[in-house]
Design a binder for this molecule. Structure first.
Ligand SMILES: NC(=O)c1ccc[n+]([C@@H]2O[C@H](COP(=O)([O-])OP(=O)(O)OC[C@H]3O[C@@H](n4cnc5c(N)ncnc54)[C@H](OP(=O)(O)O)[C@@H]3O)[C@@H](O)[C@H]2O)c1
Length: 254
């Protein structure tokens, strides 16, 4: 058995929210493994920067505008990706945002924003992308969840609710599409240093809490996400579906 079970050459991946943070790492990882990648997000300079970095690796790549809270924008984005690449073999639903305040004062507009960005968009993007996977009898959907989908952390009412929803959505999609060759799994990271968690990284008490709460005693390093993304996208994981894979230094083991 060779390492070609991890080879993504000739596959087309679409990664939502890949203009920075974990999504950028995921897009680059898939490209390093051989995939052509559609970079999706809102900021034109970042779309150009990330897709340019992928082309520098010798893969095909282009940037596509996506406002994940708009169904119309999702459909325009998916249409653009399908027109440009002809198909999508690997979909990574990654867009996310957060707002951390106690439950009793949680603002309704932030609830709607987080649920729409972190949960609703995942099903709308999948609905638009998966039919052409089913037609070909093969596809991989990877939903980016969080350990907060399984463990409760204070001040994350909407975010935790969305990520818990992503986990259940993952299992339901996996069951419905299992016989069509479309695998659906979620990756649930602990804390990795990105813009989203800067507020926590800059709070010495919260930073210490996370290190102490994690059996391995630290946050994740961005490059440590690459292996699991490639594995879940590659033929190596073809008999895995409906799973939530935590990458968390042992947090959810205890
Ligand atoms: N970092 C962590 O510790 C951590 C832990 C567990 C799970 N996660 C999950 O990992 C994913 C990425 O998070 P991150 O830490 O990389 O966050 P980030 O650095 O804030 O990046 C978020 C990405 O999502 C995009 N995005 C946000 N709202 C969007 C919208 N309405 N429409 C289109 N794109 C939108 C952003 O694009 P713009 O530049 O246009 O805003 C950006 O590309 C999220 O699902 C998050 O919940 C992160």
């Amino acid at each position: 058995m060779g390492l070609d079970i991890f080879d993504l050459t000739g596959k087309v991946a679409m990664v939502t929210g890949s203009t920075r943070g974990l999504g950028e790492v995921e897009a680059m990882a898939l490209a390093k493994a051989g995939a052509d990648v559609a970079v999706c997000g809102r900021v034109e300079d970042d779309l150009k920067r990330v897709s340019g970095a992928i082309r520098d690796l010798g893969r095909d790549s282009a940037g596509f505008f996506l406002e994940a809270t708009s169904k119309e924008s999702i459909h325009e984005c998916v249409d653009g990706v399908l027109q440009n690449f002809g198909r999508v073999d690997i979909l990574v639903n990654n867009t996310g945002t957060n707002h951390r305040v106690p439950a009793l004062g949680f603002p309704e507009d932030k609830w709607d924003l987080i649920i729409n960005t972190n949960l609703k968009s995942y099903y709308l993007v999948a609905q638009a992308v998966v039919p052409q996977m089913i037609e070909r009898g093969y596809g991989k959907v990877i939903n980016i969840s969080s350990i907060v989908g399984q463990v409760a952390i204070i001040n994350q009412l909407a975010y935790g609710s969305a990520k818990g929803g992503v986990n259940e959505m993952t299992r339901i999609m996996a069951l419905e599409w299992a016989k069509s060759g479309v695998r659906v799994n979620a990756i649930a990271p602990t804390y990795f240093e990105t813009d989203m968690v800067k507020q926590i990284r800059d709070d010495p008490e919260r930073f210490k809490f996370i290190n102490e709460r994690t059996p391995m005693g630290r946050w994740g390093k961005l490059h440590e996400l690459e292996g699991i993304v490639i594995f879940m996208a590659a033929p190596a994981s073809d008999f895995i579906t409906g799973q939530i894979i935590c990458i968390d230094g042992g947090w959810t083991a205890c």
